[in-house]
Design a protein around this ligand. Sequence first.
Ligand code: ACM
Ligand code: ZN
Length: 620
Amino acid sequence: MQFLWYFLVLVKPPKSSLKVIKEITIIPKPANAILNAGNFKITKNTVIFCNNNDLLPVAEYMVAKISGAMGFSLQIKEGTGKGINFKISDTADSTSGNESYKLQVTPKNIELTANKANGIFYGIQTLLQMLPPQIKSSSLQQNVEWKIPCVEIEDSPRFPWRGLMLDVSRHFFTKEEVKAYIDQLAEYKMNVFHWHLSDDQGWRIEIKSLPKLTEIGAWRAERVGDWWQREPRQENEPVTYGGFYTHEDIKEIVQYAKDRFVEIVPEIDVPGHSLAAIAAYPEISCTHSVKDINVGNKFYTVDENSLCPGKEITFEYLDKIFTEIAMLFPSEYIHVGGDECYKGFWSKCPDCQKRIQNEKLKDTYELQSYFIKRMEKMLEAKNKKLVGWDEILEGGLAPNATVMSWRGMENGIKAAKEGHQVIMTPTNHCYLDLYQGEPSVEPATYSICRLSDSYNFEPVPDEVDPNLILGGQGNLWSEAVPTFRHAEYMTWPRGWALAEVFWTSKENKNWENFVTRVEDHFVRADFGKINYARSMYNAIVTPFNDENGILKIKLDTEIKDLKIFFTFDNTNPDSYSPKYETPLFIPKNATRLRIITYKDEKPAGKMISLRIDELQKRVL
Ligand code: ACM
Ligand code: ZN
């Protein structure tokens, strides 16, 4: 921060042209930005100059991003000159890190300076977001002036770990979809893609030394319908749903991510959530009883999904798996899961009991801790660091483990107090699989995490050393996410909120200002054919019993400047219907409440229609 203030003092642009930034709508919000008068216009004659060969790939990235909409490609040249200049600073500023950048746009020149190509890449994202929204289109946009406003921006991230997680096990996403997800998160200056590659419903990565993991583990019976309510696979039913990534696919995706300064942290979830692996190789389980890959039917405690830590063969197979994982992924971290491990089969397994005795362990929690500690040694022998979900604290934390705190922040706090690194991903702020607004107008899922819940996330608790909080990430579990369009719907705009939480300083955040920028990014996403949720426009419906025990309905909105209209007469409400002012009494014999929000005299949210008896149930 000190560095940034220094810059502001140094620059002193002419007072007359100075304005507090309003018109530019960058997400995440830059640390310091000054908007000046005038624009830099990109034409087909504009040249991108790079003062260092390391910058040629990012210049090519920018050209690729803009040429579809502009209909021309910019020339890239080495050196400096009049036009767009990308510069590695010759006096590297040790206080600002690899990801910071300085951007100066004048009518004649663009100068983007950083210590490293990472910073230039983030400066490019800022430039792209300052171009008209049509730039997101991949097809030629006629009659658009490609102007970038004159600005002085000084920017750097708050946290080094700014991530999104995608679960490709419950539903499979193709190589191209995974790339698109990485591309989208990188555009918001996120730098970690946590790839949940295995679970009970599918094993998604080729392991050449254990081919049945994908021959058997990657395929299940095809189903639709609510998760956990589905009919189990029937006898002789074909297993047609699934897929996996080959080593060649993985290498391609890793390179694609690297080109966007995104580190892929692979997760192989063990010892729990391992039904797909067990179905492929029953010898690594306690009872050898599992046959079918789960389709989203209820199975916990009945079908075995935990590896047997009593058998040596389990660790031999894991060593084969993690040897290939370590070879394929350059990240220094490997995530081993560790969450929600059902231990019922361990209690009855002679091998597990023998292990408990021989290792002088107290119970199955210490057996899980024994397992994770062995995993840590296994990974360290491959020069990798272990990350695990916060259950890895149970029974004792492995010495060098990094903890991903998901069941609230408490376990993250505990781990940090023990001196461990922590990534904060508490469900109520970071779980992108949760409802993002009124459930009756959203696809079925559970609990709730509104856009404002994501935006108001503060990853650093008061009582811990902030240096141990690496950052955070949004997690998209895919039980109820069967398509990539829906993955986008669940991710954006909450992912934008989290991008700002992880990049922008606490002091620089502002919810109302963020919402105006989100609205601009909706337009950009439309041009980019990227799906997103408009749930922030839907009314918030809160039934309650008043002091006399009478049911009343409070209506509210997540964002300001919305008007709420309602009916009890079984007609669709519009702006001529009664306008909500104070909590509603329910008229005698009414059966339904219908609600709609308006913004600027136009319908904004979805129409919500709720039976009075459903509202009554919500109070209980
Ligand atoms: C988790 O949500 N089971 C980490
Ligand atoms: Zn066992």
